[in-house]
Design a protein around this ligand. Structure first.
Ligand code: SF4
Length: 367
């Protein structure tokens, strides 16, 4: 099946730019894709300070000093997929479980006690063990406590996204992993996730169903990073154009060690990672940018002052208290209070509750 939207494919030559072209792109409020490619070029890597200054100015203008804090809650780690890079993949031997609804409620209480009111609910992809009905039950249970409640689960049909929104979901996080169809096929050899087009269209289905907020992303390390970041920008712009009432955000998780022991075929160095985040801010000045605990505290602390607007904190990637059930190794183990203190020390304002859902849900418009 082909998808509604096709990511443009960019040859390596698209990222050849002069310093002058990078400077021009820095001054543009809404750079065209060829200018964004200049911001991702090797020439721009030598101009990171200029990029950082421009990104910080855009972030301050559009977001002020507020930074949203949230935490993930893994409720099930059964998975039928064989993603080659993931510790939850079907072929990895590890403790598997699904939280009972009583356990979900208890975890919700534990997280609410930290002051957080924005939660990301995660599962693997095993609809017969942890399917839509279970996810919606979890949402009904947690929604009264968490006015900001996002899903990071397998791609759903439009009606199922609608049911989730009806139950209290306010956001969707769904990463394409890579926009390169060949690499995607190689990295997802079996299971429902092998269907590239079904995943690529999921954000559009969610937007049609009335999802107020959608975060897209690419998992850096799988494919050449410049191409994936530029395709992510194109995807975000497509959705912004088609669904102007939906809040579109972006994220760039980077491959971390996990239980299956997978080495990134296209590793991304810290300096390039910073360049990619800054380029995202300049390409999508109004988009929230999320940075996960896959990254080290020093890097997170630096980027939150420049471009990042949403941070996870107090993170566990295991299901409940079960040791050995982690999806990946986290790099920033700080508590919610410690991350909030770091933000205060930079003159930033930690926000525990996203107010958007309280002032009315977005009204999507289909093209
Ligand atoms: S990345 Fe997601 S879908 Fe793939 S194996 Fe891991 S949990 Fe399953």
């Amino acid at each position: 099946m082909s998808s509604l939207w096709q990511p443009p494919q960019f040859p390596d030559a698209a990222f050849t730019a002069s310093a002058a072209a990078v400077s021009r792109a820095l001054g543009q409020a809404w750079p065209r894709l060829d200018a964004v490619a200049a911001l991702l070029s090797p020439a721009a890597e030598a101009m990171l300070e200029d990029m950082a200054a421009a990104a910080a100015e855009r972030t301050l203008r559009h977001f002020g000093r507020a930074r949203l804090l949230f935490t993930p809650l893994y409720v099930a780690n059964y998975c039928e997929n064989r993603c080659r890079y993931c510790g939850y993949a079907a072929h990895v031997t590890m403790p598997r479980r699904k939280l009972s609804l009583e356990e979900v409620a208890a975890q919700g209480e534990r997280i609410a006690a930290t002051g957080l009111r924005h939660l990301l609910l995660l599962t693997g992809e095993a609809p017969r063990r942890a399917g839509v009905d279970y996810i919606v039950d979890c949402v009904r249970l947690l929604a009264p406590r968490f006015p900001g409640l996002a899903l990071e689960v397998f791609p759903l049909a439009t009606a199922h996204y609608g049911a989730a929104v009806e139950a209290g979901v306010t956001g969707l996080t769904l990463y394409q992993e890579t926009y390169d169809p060949e690499v995607y096929r190689a990295m997802h050899p079996a299971g429902p996730k092998a269907d590239y087009a079904w995943r690529l269209d999921a954000p559009s289905r969610a937007a049609h169903a009335g999802m107020p907020s959608i975060t897209l992303g690419a998992l850096l390390g799988l494919a050449p990073w410049r191409q994936d970041v530029l395709a992510l920008v194109a995807h975000a712009r497509y959705l912004l154009e088609r669904f102007p009432g939906v809040e579109i955000g972006v994220s760039l998780p980077r491959l971390r060690p996990h239980a299956g022991g997978f080495a990134a075929p296209h590793p991304v160095a810290d300096r390039q990672f910073v360049q990619a985040i800054l380029a995202l801010r300049l390409a999508l000045p109004c988009a929230g940018i999320t940075l996960s605990t896959r990254e080290a505290p020093r890097l997170r602390d630096g980027l939150v002052g420049l471009a990042v607007t949403k941070l996870s904190a107090g993170v566990r990637t295991s299901v409940g208290e079960v040791e050995g059930s982690e999806q990946f190794v986290i790099n920033d183990t700080r508590s919610v209070a410690e991350v909030a203190a770091m933000l205060h020390s930079q003159g930033l304002q930690p926000v525990f509750k996203d107010w958007q859902p309280l002032v009315g849900k977005a009204v999507p418009r289909a093209a």
